[in-house]
Design a protein around this ligand. Structure first.
Ligand code: ADP
Ligand code: ZN
Ligand code: MG
Length: 478
C-alpha cells in the first residue's frame, strides 16, 4: 500500500446460531440438515397473517455466550424491532431484528498487529435477528425456499478499528475460532453460517477525519475478504490521488475478475422504518440467567493460550496454533494426558500432524492418528528407542498407511544399529571433532552433548540406537 495513506476497515458479520429450532417458531433450524425446499415451515416463519412469534430461549443463551466471549456489555433489556422492506424471500414484508436496543453492547476481540503486539478490535454491538428465505432463479422461473426463513442469526457490528486487510483477516479468524469454540455457531462459510460485509475507506496518514467508505458484499471466504480489501484500498487511494471525490457505494466483489464493482449508490439506500415489534415483549435478562450462562462458559481461547504459554512454557507461536480451534486444543490436551512433555507434543501436533492433515485437506477431528498414537511416538523417542530422525520416517507411514506406531518401531528396530563397538567408533570421532562441546559438557552444561549425539546419528545415517549413543558418549567424556 501507498506509504502515506492509511486504510480504515469495519466489518459487519452475520452468524447462524447453533439452535435446533428457528428464532420464533419450533420448525427445525435446518439449513444444515439438507431438507427438501419448503419442508420446514409453519404459519409463523412463512408469514401467515395473525401467526404469533415466540422467542427461542436457546438463541438468547447463545447470544449471551458470544457476549461473554467478546467481554461485552450485556443489556438486561433489549427490544425486538421490525425492519421493513420488500423482497420475495421475505413473506412478512419485514424482518424481526433489534435496532437501537440490542442484546449485546460494546465489547472487543483481540488480534496481534504487525509488530506482534496485542490489539483490541472494538465490537460496537451484537443483536439477534431472523434470517430471510432463499430466492433461486431458474431459466424463466423464480423460486423461493422458506426453510431458512426465521433461522436465528447474530449480527456482530465491529468498530472501524482495523487498519489493514491482514488485520481484517486475523480478526475474522479469531472471531470464527471464538464462536465455534463457544458452540455459538458452526461458522461454516460454505454453508452460509457466517457472512461478512466489509466497510472500507482510506485517508492520508495524519488526517483524523475518516474518508468516504464503501461497503463490499458477496464475500464468500476470508481470502476473498483480504483480496477484495487489498484491491479496493488501492483503487480508493488512486482515486483520491487523482483528485476524485468518492461517493458512498455498495459494491460487489467479482472473484473471477479480481475486482470490485458498484452494486448501488448509498444515496438511494432504503429507509427501513424500524419500529418496536408489537408481538414480542422487551427481552429482559435476569441476574440469575446471566450467572447461569456465565457458569457454563469454558475457558476462552485467549485464556487457554495464556495458560499454555505461562504454565506449560510453550512459545507464543505454538500456543497460538494449539488454540486455533477447540478441536485442536482438545487433541493436544488428550496427548498431554498420556504424560508426555508439552513442548514435544506441541511440536508434533503443530508441525507434523497439522501439516499432514492440511496436505490432505482433513480436519483434526478426522485425523487418522488418534492422540494416543502421537503420545506413543513421543514416548519411544524419550525412551531412546528411536531417534527423532526415525520418528520422522515412521510418522508419515503411520499417518498415511494406517499402521500402528508400536509396530513400525518394532520393524525399524530390526534395522537399528545396536552394535556398541561400532557406535563407539563414531562416538570417538564426534568427541574429537567437538572439543568445545566436550569442554562445555565437562563444565556442567549437559545439553552440550546434543551436538555429539547429532553427529553420531549422522555418521550412522540415523540408525544408531540413541540410548546407546548417549551411554557411550557419557562414558568417553567422564
Ligand atoms: P450503517 O448505519 O450504514 O450500517 P454504521 O455507522 O453502523 O453504518 O457502520 C457500519 C460499519 O461500517 C461498521 O462496521 C463500522 O465499523 C464501519 N465504518 C463506519 N465508518 C467507516 C469508515 N469511514 N471507514 C470504514 N469503515 C467504517
Ligand atoms: Zn416455523
Ligand atoms: Mg449499522
Amino acid at each position: 500500500m501507498e506509504q502515506n495513506f492509511e486504510s480504515i476497515i469495519g466489518l459487519e458479520i452475520h452468524v447462524q446460531l447453533n439452535t435446533e429450532s428457528k428464532m420464533f417458531c419450533s420448525c427445525p433450524s435446518g439449513a444444515r440438515k439438507n431438507l427438501a425446499p419448503n419442508t420446514a415451515l409453519c404459519p409463523v416463519c412463512s408469514g401467515q397473517p395473525g401467526a404469533l412469534p415466540v422467542l427461542n430461549k436457546k438463541a438468547v443463551e447463545l447470544a449471551l455466550r458470544a457476549g461473554f466471549g467478546f467481554n461485552a456489555q450485556i443489556n438486561k433489556e433489549s427490544v425486538f424491532a421490525r425492519k421493513n422492506y420488500f423482497y420475495p424471500d421475505l413473506p412478512k414484508g419485514y424482518q424481526i431484528s433489534q435496532d437501537d436496543k440490542p442484546i449485546i453492547g460494546k465489547g472487543y476481540i483481540e488480534i496481534k498487529d504487525a509488530q506482534g503486539n496485542t490489539k483490541k478490535i472494538g465490537i460496537t454491538r451484537a443483536h439477534l435477528e431472523e434470517d430471510a428465505g432463499k430466492s433461486m432463479h431458474e431459466e424463466s422461473d423464480s423460486l423461493v425456499d422458506l426453510n431458512r426463513s426465521g433461522v436465528p442469526l447474530l449480527e456482530i457490528v465491529g468498530e472501524p478499528d482495523l487498519r489493514s486487510p491482514q488485520e481484517a483477516y486475523d480478526y475474522l479468524t479469531n472471531l470464527r475460532a471464538l464462536l465455534s469454540w463457544l458452540d455459538v455457531s458452526n461458522c461454516d462459510m460454505e454453508k452460509g453460517e457466517l457472512r461478512v460485509d466489509v466497510n472500507v475507506s482510506v485517508r492520508p496518514k495524519g488526517q483524523e477525519k475518516f474518508g468516504t467508505r464503501m461497503e463490499i458484499k458477496n464475500l464468500n471466504s476470508f481470502k476473498a475478504v483480504k483480496d477484495a480489501l487489498t484491491y479496493e484500498i488501492n483503487r480508493q487511494i488512486a482515486a483520491v490521488k487523482a483528485g476524485e471525490t468518492l461517493h458512498q457505494q455498495t459494491m460487489l466483489w467479482d472473484e473471477v475478475k479480481g475486482e470490485t464493482k458498484v452494486m448501488r449508490s448509498k444515496e438511494t439506500a432504503q429507509e427501513y422504518r424500524y419500529f418496536p415489534e408489537p408481538d414480542l415483549k422487551p427481552l429482559i435478562i435476569t441476574e440469575e440467567e446471566i450467572a447461569q450462562v456465565r457458569s457454563s462458559m469454558p475457558m476462552l481461547p485467549s485464556q487457554k493460550r495464556e495458560y499454555f504459554e505461562k504454565e506449560l512454557g510453550l512459545a507464543s507461536y505454538d500456543a497460538g496454533i494449539l488454540t486455533k480451534s477447540r478441536q485442536i486444543t482438545e487433541y493436544f490436551e488428550k496427548v498431554l494426558s498420556y504424560g508426555v512433555p508439552a513442548k514435544q507434543a506441541a511440536n508434533w501436533i503443530g508441525t507434523d500432524l497439522l501439516g499432514a492433515l492440511n496436505a490432505c485437506g482433513k480436519e483434526i477431528e478426522d485425523s487418522p492418528l488418534p492422540p494416543s498414537e502421537i503420545a506413543a511416538l513421543i514416548k519411544f523417542i524419550q525412551e531412546g528407542k528411536i531417534s527423532i530422525k526415525m520418528a520422522r520416517e515412521i510418522f508419515p507411514k503411520a499417518f498415511n498407511e494406517n499402521k500402528k506406531i508400536a509396530d513400525l518401531v518394532k520393524s525399524l528396530g530390526q534395522t537399528q544399529i545396536n552394535d556398541e563397538a561400532q557406535i563407539e567408533v563414531w562416538a570417538k570421532q564426534a568427541v574429537e571433532a567437538n572439543p568445545k562441546a566436550v569442554a562445555d559438557y565437562k563444565s556442567g552444561n549437559t545439553k552440550a552433548i546434543g551436538a555429539m549425539v547429532g553427529m553420531v546419528m549422522k555418521l550412522s545415517k540415523g540408525k544408531a540406537n540413541p540410548a546407546i549413543i548417549n551411554k557411550i558418549l557419557v562414558r568417553l567424556m567422564s
